[in-house]
Ligand binder design. Structure first.
Ligand SMILES: Nc1ncnc2c1ncn2[C@@H]1O[C@H](COP(=O)(O)OP(=O)(O)O)[C@@H](O)[C@H]1O
Ligand SMILES: [Mg+2]
Length: 330
């Protein structure tokens, strides 16, 4: 097609994106030193929303793009989807420099606050999105019902959008992202506005879409929701990457602390535990001894039992993404 000729005719600026990650894995997103500075107000004050961010997303994976509110996630996603342009660095979608309308056709995008025309119904809105992506006729009708069912709002397919809850709007947006059967989903905070059941349903949907062969890139500010879901993550803070890598390499499952819950710990016992360097947390009727290092667990236990306390619970704590983030963000 002519698009190929156009791409080849373009002058090559800097190194061409290598669409493989070295071991034959294809990079569907490749972001290199991406930056965005906004200028706001009369004095054109600088807001450095994204400050030299690099990461890549490989075919077939679930990739978590994490960080607290204001970290720069949505700004990065807007640059990837061509809604705003970078002020520095570069980004590639399917090997094409953004903004690339052609690459954009291959993704399903759920914006952070999906704008859905209030007087349309979910069915009409999803059909409209499908038609804009080139789906037509009976395929459009059946595909629309299929995705509305998949996201769990088929029962409200013909209600006006202005009468839907935030969670139902979020589901309508997800259905719209799926309707054209994209190779990759880019979801900006797909779990926001949903209750715990809704969040679980979105998690299950993400797994199912990955199993169906789609690549998933999603952002969230809730770290604890995602560490079990993602193959790889990048965590941003104030526009910069603070943690990046595969979950398996980042969280090796090491015990970082053991919490021993004691009842009936006398003031003398508490004092000697503190003297030996253990941290005590007082909770109502009990005291929790936080033991760092597996080597000291027996020592704390012996002291507690000899001191006449009862051991109610012994809980090994493994490192979480949140721990990692807090360590590196300080
Ligand atoms: N259009 C804009 N003009 C000025 N500042 C912006 C604009 N969009 C985002 N920002 C600022 O950029 C930073 C990153 O925002 P955002 O990308 O929305 O973060 P996140 O999605 O991680 O919560 C914030 O400080 C935000 O206030
Ligand atoms: Mg955001």
């Amino acid at each position: 097609m002519s698009t190929i000729a156009v791409t080849e005719a373009k002058p090559v600026e800097g190194p061409r994106p290598d669409a493989s990650a070295g071991d034959g894995v294809e990079k569907l997103i490749d972001v290199r030193g991406l930056a965005k500075t906004f200028r706001i107000g009369f004095f054109r004050k600088k807001v450095e929303a994204v400050r030299g961010v690099s990461f890549d997303v490989r075919r077939g994976e679930i990739f978590g793009f994490l960080g607290p509110n204001g970290a720069g996630k949505t700004t990065t996603i807007k640059m990837l989807t061509g809604l705003i342009s970078p002020t520095g660095g570069e980004a590639f979608l399917f090997g094409q420099r953004v903004p690339s309308p052609e690459a954009r056709q291959r993704i399903g995008f759920l914006p952070e606050n999906p704008y859905v025309y209030p007087f349309l119904t979910p069915r009409e809105f999803v059909e409209l999105c499908g038609r804009l992506s080139g789906v037509r006729g009976s395929a459009l009708r059946s595909r629309t019902m299929e995705v509305l069912t998949k996201v769990g709002i088929a029962y409200a397919a013909d209600r006006q959008v202005r009468r839907l809850s935030k969670g139902m709007l979020q589901r309508t947006g997800l259905a719209a992202a799926l309707v054209a059967d994209p190779e990759m989903l880019i979801l900006d905070e797909p779990m926001s506005g949903l209750d715990p059941v809704g969040r679980k349903e979105v998690r299950d949907l993400i797994y199912a879409e990955r199993d169906a062969g789609r690549t998933i890139f999603f952002s969230t500010h809730i770290l604890s929701d995602v560490e079990t879901m993602c193959d790889r993550v990048t965590i941003l803070r104030q526009g910069e990457v603070v943690v990046s890598g595969s979950i398996r390499a980042l969280l090796r499952g090491d015990v970082v602390r053991t919490d021993i819950t004691l009842a009936g710990a006398s003031p003398e016992l508490r004092a000697s535990l503190v003297d030996l360097g253990f941290t005590l947390v007082e909770r109502a009727e009990v005291v929790v001894v936080e033991v760092v290092g597996e080597a000291r667990v027996s020592e704390a236990l012996r002291l507690a039992l000899d001191g006449g306390a009862r051991v109610l619970e012994l809980l090994p704590r493994r490192e979480t993404l949140e721990d990692l983030f807090l360590q590196r963000a300080l």
